[in-house]
Design a protein. Structure first.
Length: 216
């Protein structure tokens, strides 16, 4: 699990391809403290497993599905990456609960400067916005943010100077893809309510069937 509080900006050094493997090589330092093989690091909000590391970089396995479902496949060598270690039991929980499983990608529609803030509008599929609410939480490239305004096919967030300084969101340009993870609790609540509605409809169908066939 993660919190959406970015610990470090890493640099994509390259891709390591073999016949049956694909890895990203990422330059980092702070997130490598107390790390070991098999540990999880969120890279632009995507939970990746550390396959190998040195004091200055780490290699992470990545699946074809992950490349297709996130913006990691579109990144160029030298790109900045938001990095966060998996939260530890004795760690500080400062953002909101994240799984590191990206729900989809959005596209930057508009960037607006408003005094000391930068407002970002992102086009997003309505299948994702159903798990969002105004003033609720969302993760963009792994950064925990509050939704400023929500529409059926877009959302707006406001970046304070600290967020812009400490994450790669300050580098966003119109048209760029961004990883989105919706609120974990909202997804569970939606699933429970949907299941309850289906069961309710199912029970009514069963009663009608029994009635039509002379059992009620």
């Amino acid at each position: 699990m993660f919190t959406g509080i970015i610990q470090e900006l890493g640099i994509l050094q390259g891709r390591l391809r073999a016949e049956k493997s694909y890895q990203l090589l990422i330059k980092a330092k702070r997130v490598l403290n107390n790390i070991k093989k098999g540990d999880s690091i969120a890279v632009n909000g995507v939970c990746l497993t550390v396959a190998d590391f040195t004091g200055e970089s780490f290699a992470a396995d990545i699946m074809p599905e992950t490349l297709q479902a996130s913006n990691l496949g579109n990144l160029k060598q030298g790109s900045q990456l938001n990095l966060e270690q998996a939260v530890r039991a004795d760690g500080f929980f400062g953002g909101h609960l994240l799984s590191g499983h990206v729900d989809g990608v959005g596209q930057v529609k508009r960037l607006t400067i408003e005094k000391n803030a930068v407002i970002i509008e992102i086009m997003v599929d309505s299948e994702l916005t159903k798990f969002m609410v105004d003033k609720g939480s969302v993760a963009l490239n792994g950064v925990s943010l509050t939704i400023m305004k929500l529409r059926q096919d877009s959302l707006m967030v406001s970046l304070i100077p600290t967020t812009r300084q400490d994450t790669n969101l300050d580098n966003l340009k119109v048209g760029q893809l961004i990883n989105i993870e919706t609120d974990l609790i909202a997804k569970y609540v939606y699933k429970i309510l949907q299941k309850g509605e289906n069961e309710k409809n199912g029970s009514e169908i069963d009663k009608n069937f029994l009635r039509d066939n002379g059992f009620l």
